[in-house]
Design a protein around this ligand. Structure first.
Ligand code: F6R
Length: 263
């Protein structure tokens, strides 16, 4: 795992956007896994800037979002589909025919989840998966106890997740109790993973997921089993890491490290 600690949210977003842009430039038809929430908003703004100022081309890329609330139609203002349109898709030259966000108001969620997995496979699998992390350690909506082998499915949300996400709704009662989410197994199959986290309220969970034991009670720890994970943090989110000096030394001596070792 590569840990990059940025001084603040803006730098964290710039670094993350550069990592994504590099992958898009390396492979024009990249299959990109995308996350929603507060964390990646700055990263998407930076990607839009790189598109406008440097012509970063999204026309051939395919995208798969991690999750969607069950019951919300794609045009609902609290849906993740709506979020993605506002924060990224409408501001870059992505082909909407190549965009996949789970459909929250599907009639048959079970069949739909199977179909979603098939689409990921049909497009050759995810090249780069962008992730945030919840305070309970979830990635996508894989709440504590989710199997590391899990695939796209419907998952009941934890109370803490519902409370955290209620800030986007008029009241906590309006927050859906279920989500369609890629599984941990689905995420682990992505060729590369980029996890972003910022803020003091993520410091505990960030330390547990990077430096703690692997456990399905903190599903982000499954990423310790993946061979190509980059974590970009701001100082606040990194504040409880015990081996911070080591990560910073590796970051600052990347040229030496790349010559000598793998990840
Ligand atoms: C969203 C998602 C979630 C969020 C997590 C953190 O698509 O998959 O796992 O990444 O809940 O959300 P924020 O960024 O709002 O703190």
């Amino acid at each position: 795992m590569e840990i990059i600690i940025a001084p603040d949210y803006e730098e964290m977003s710039k670094i993350s956007a550069r990592i994504i842009a590099l992958e898009i430039r390396r492979k024009h038809d990249l299959v990109l896994g995308l996350a929603t929430g507060d964390t990646p908003v700055g990263t998407y703004q930076q990607l839009v800037k790189i598109h406008q100022e440097e012509g970063l081309d999204f026309s051939k890329i395919k995208s798969f979002n991690l999750d969607e609330y069950v019951g919300l139609a794609p045009l609902h203002k609290n849906s993740y589909n709506f979020f993605m349109r506002e924060n990224l898709f409408e501001q870059v030259n992505i082909n909407m025919a190549n965009v996949f966000v789970p459909q929250g108001n599907t009639d048959d969620p079970e069949e739909y989840c199977k179909w979603y997995e098939e689409q990921i496979n049909n497009y050759g699998g995810i090249d780069l998966q962008v992730l945030g992390i919840g305070r309970d350690g979830h990635i996508a909506f894989n709440e504590p106890g989710s199997s590391f082998a899990s695939r796209t499915r419907v998952k009941a949300l934890f109370k803490q997740t519902i409370e955290d996400n209620s800030r986007f709704f008029n009241s906590i009662e309006e927050v859906p109790r279920f989500a369609i989410t890629m599984g941990i197994g689905t995420i682990l199959e992505a060729r590369k993973v980029l996890l972003i986290a910022n803020g003091k309220n993520k410091a505990d969970v960030v330390a547990s997921f990077i430096e703690g034991p692997v456990t399905s009670q903190i599903t982000a720890t499954a990423l310790q089993l993946h061979t190509h994970v980059t974590v970009v943090l701001d100082e606040d989110a990194a504040s409880n890491l015990v081996r911070k000096d080591y990560y910073n030394w590796v970051r600052d001596n990347k040229h030496l490290v790349q010559k000598m070792v793998g990840r």
